[in-house]
Every structure is written in C-alpha cells, then in structure tokens.
Design a binder for this molecule. Structure first.
Ligand SMILES: [Zn+2]
Length: 169
C-alpha cells in the first residue's frame, strides 16, 4: 500500500483538496482493513497516523510511547516534561521538516524581489543547534545531543519498520 493513501483517513474538514482520480476506488474502510492486516505495533500504527493523517491524538500517544520506552532504558535522569519536549522536537524534525518561513518553497518572495530562504535548504527547514535551543528554551543543546540523536534513531527505525510492514518501500 502506498503511504499517501493514509491521508484519506484524515477527517474530511482537514482534507479539502480533491483526491487524485486514480485512488477513487479505494475507500477508507479498505485502508483501515489493510492496516489491520499489516501486523503493525501500536507505536508503528500511531506513527503512521501521526505522520500521514496528522491527527494530534496520535501524536500525543506516539510521544508518550517513546517517552516510556526511553525512560525505561536510560539511567540518566531527565525531567519528564523536558523529555517530552525533546521527543516532540525529534518528531517534528522527523515528520514535518517543511520550512515555515517560506512555506516549503525555498524562496522568500516579496512584491519586487525573490531571494533564497535563509532558514532552510530548498524548503526543508534547517534545524541548527541554535534553533533547537530556542525551541527547547535551553542554553546548551550540546549536552543533549546524544540523547536527541538516539530519539531520532528510534523514530526513524519505527518509520522504516512501519512502511515496510504496509508494503511501501
Ligand atoms: Zn524556507
């Protein structure tokens, strides 16, 4: 199954764009059925719906599942709400890297000029450590770099496994 089909599960109000003609024969029931036969773990299921359907409820479940997994594994004690913020940022970097300044176009356009957007690389937002410090409201991201890398790896592995199981490779 192509992962793009998952967007059909989005609530109708969020999905005003007309779906392309060749998917018309597939219904949301078909997609739910395919998902139920895919043998996805709860994390993988929530990940797919979070990323491709973008419903906040799935995102919250996903973040807390990763938090539990991380907290169980690590000896290093970090504040729970900080871990949650860290995971949320990792999720954003993995799932929604589109630059908000230029809308993912890679260019800042004004009435009389068009210039390359300084915040991104061809529309993919450039998360520098400075940006991360700002988003996490901390002074020194370097301290958390290793933890963050690990979270990114966990999320990437879940995505790969999930896409593999639904047959989108
Ligand atoms: Zn940009």
């Amino acid at each position: 199954m192509n992962k793009e089909l998952l967007s059909m599960l989005a609530p109708k109000t969020q999905n005003l764009e007309k779906t392309s003609g060749n998917n018309d024969s597939i219904t949301t029931e078909d997609i739910n059925l395919m998902l139920s036969y895919s043998n996805l773990s709860k994390e993988e299921y929530n990940f797919l719906l979070m990323k491709f359907v973008s419903a906040d409820t799935y995102r919250n479940s996903f973040v807390s599942e990763i938090a539990i997994r991380y907290i169980e594994k690590e000896e290093q004690v970090l504040d729970h709400s900080f871990i949650n913020r860290l995971i949320n940022l990792a999720v954003i970097e993995c799932c929604e890297p589109k630059c908000v300044f230029c809308g993912g176009t890679g260019f800042i356009t004004t009435i009389n000029s068009k210039s390359v957007c300084p915040h991104c690389n061809e529309g993919i937002f450039n998360f520098t450590d400075h940006v991360r410090e700002h988003l996490l409201k901390i002074d020194d991201f370097k301290k958390y770099k290793k933890v963050f890398r690990k979270l990114i790896d966990i999320i990437n592995n879940i995505e790969m496994s999930a896409l593999d199981k639904i047959g989108d490779t």
